[in-house]
Design a protein around this ligand. Structure first.
Ligand SMILES: Cc1cc2nc3c(=O)[nH]c(=O)nc-3n(C[C@H](O)[C@H](O)[C@H](O)COP(=O)(O)O)c2cc1C
Length: 222
């Protein structure tokens, strides 16, 4: 698989099969992804992986909290952004409307929306979740580095036939992650990436998000 194929194949996988992900494969994917660039080669990332039974324990604890209405308490970007420039807001709302309609869900129906959100808190049934962390003192530049790393992980995973979902909701309860994965207090849990075999029969994986046309986004002079 070449890079362009991987870029085109990647999508946010929101339903996984229960097939386990081999630990060696995880390390191979991470080793390739760690070639990601970073500010002054600081490599600010620390990676904690919940695999197999560890992912299952966390899934149970996350789902229990979510179903009892325990508010998310993420380490970073609290509260989550609500105000967006108009064009971004329009794309955000369109995505939510289009995805709900595609799945036959009603956006004004609370229980429909609750069940959609609940999928985040069962990690979309992924057998493996990768958590990216960095020291709490770092700036948005290091978060930029973690973004590069995220995409590198997701593209490398494509090569091994694995689906991924980078999701901020997976970092909702860092205290549970610290307990299960031994994440030290000085590290902020920034994002979770669910990883595993794609459930090709799930309608959640049939939806594809659109992109702005390249000639609208890119201005080339000369
Ligand atoms: C930083 C970040 C946070 C995200 N958080 C979530 C999330 O919490 N739940 C979710 O279902 N998707 C989440 N997504 C996935 C985006 O909704 C998705 O990338 C976007 O709609 C484009 O679709 P695609 O990834 O399928 O191409 C997140 C993506 C990024 C980059």
């Amino acid at each position: 698989m070449n890079v362009t194929d991987a870029l085109k194949a990647r999508f946010t996988c929101r339903a996984f099969t229960s097939e386990p992900v081999d630990g060696e494969m995880i390390l191979t994917i991470m080793e390739a992804a760690l070639k990601a660039p970073s500010w002054g080669n600081t490599q600010p990332w620390e990676i904690f992986v919940a695999n197999g039974k560890s992912a299952d324990r966390l899934r149970e604890a996350y789902y229990d909290r979510f179903s009892h209405g325990v508010p998310a308490n993420p380490d970073i970007a609290r509260p989550l952004p609500t105000d967006w420039p108009p064009a971004l807001k329009e794309r955000y709302e369109k995505l939510r409307d289009d995805r709900s309609e595609f799945l036959g869900l009603n956006r004004s129906d609370e229980s429909d929306m609750h069940s959609l959100m609940a999928r985040n808190f069962s990690f979309f049934d992924a057998p493996c979740v990768v958590f990216l962390c960095m020291d709490r003192s770092l700036t948005p530049w290091s978060l930029f580095d973690l973004g590069s790393l995220s995409q590198s992980i997701m593209l490398a995973a494509c090569e091994y036939g694995l689906g991924t979902a980078a999701a901020v909701q997976l970092a909702s309860y860092p205290d549970l992650l610290r307990q299960e994965l031994g994440i030290p207090d000085n590290l902020a849990v920034c994002i979770g990436i669910a990883m595993g075999r794609i459930d090709a029969d799930s309608p959640h994986n049939a939806f594809r998000s659109p992109r702005r046309p390249v000639d609208e986004v890119v201005r080339i002079r000369g």
